[in-house]
Design a protein around this ligand. Structure first.
Ligand code: MN
Length: 203
């Protein structure tokens, strides 16, 4: 399976990163070795001193598809959760400044914790889904899919021009503002429409 991720997909996050709004979705992939399930702890790797959380809604692909039109996109995912796109921000800046791909800073082992899935049809309007992240009981990120630059349907239409989507593939749809660093001992709790879907510790 593959994990497809969208960068800079909320205006307020692009602004906090000092980046212009992307004219088309900005896409990268994480390998399956990045996945972290069942609330297992995240171990900060020794190659970074600025590991940051990015809470994102994650879609689970439920059907094989290629060249999917936006109006049919809803047929291709069956469940949603919240995941963390862990980012070694120091490496990302270093690689970017060198003009190199920053892939390693976001795709290392354990860089994609995901929560428990909620059936997609429980959400009446996929352009109005709220989610949030708390660190040690303090709210750090609050998002709503009404603020997405590229909607779930836009993302699926775009990425399926390049990649065949397969059952079990995941799509991280982007983070709102409020990203920040983690340290050992932190407890991260993510909620989707008020329900806790992810609850784990940083070690
Ligand atoms: Mn991200």
């Amino acid at each position: 399976m593959k994990i497809i991720c969208v960068g800079l997909n909320y205006r307020n996050h692009a602004a906090e990163m000092g980046r212009p709004l992307p004219p088309e979705p900005m896409i990268f992939l994480k390998p399956d070795s990045a996945l972290l399930k069942k609330n297992k702890p995240f171990f900060i790797p020794d190659f970074s001193t600025n590991m940051q959380y990015e809470a994102e809604i994650v879609l689970r692909i439920s059907k094989l598809g290629k060249g999917i039109a936006a109006r049919y996109a809803k047929r291709y995912y069956d469940a949603l959760t919240v995941g963390i796109d862990f980012t070694a921000r120091d490496l990302q800046h270093r690689f970017s400044q060198a003009g190199h791909p920053w892939e390693l800073s976001k795709t290392f082992d354990g860089s994609a914790p995901i929560g428990s899935f909620v059936p997609a049809d429980l959400f009446a309007n996929h352009s109005d889904i709220s989610f949030s992240l708390e660190v040690n009981g303090e709210t750090r990120q609050v998002g709503n899919t009404s603020d997405l630059i590229f909607s779930f349907a836009d993302i699926i239409e775009y990425v399926s021009r390049f990649y065949t989507l397969k059952t079990g593939d995941l799509i991280f749809t982007g983070t709102p503002s409020g990203v920040g660093p983690v340290k050992r001992g932190d407890n991260l709790v993510a909620r989707l429409a008020g329900e806790t879907v992810l609850d784990f510790y940083v070690r």
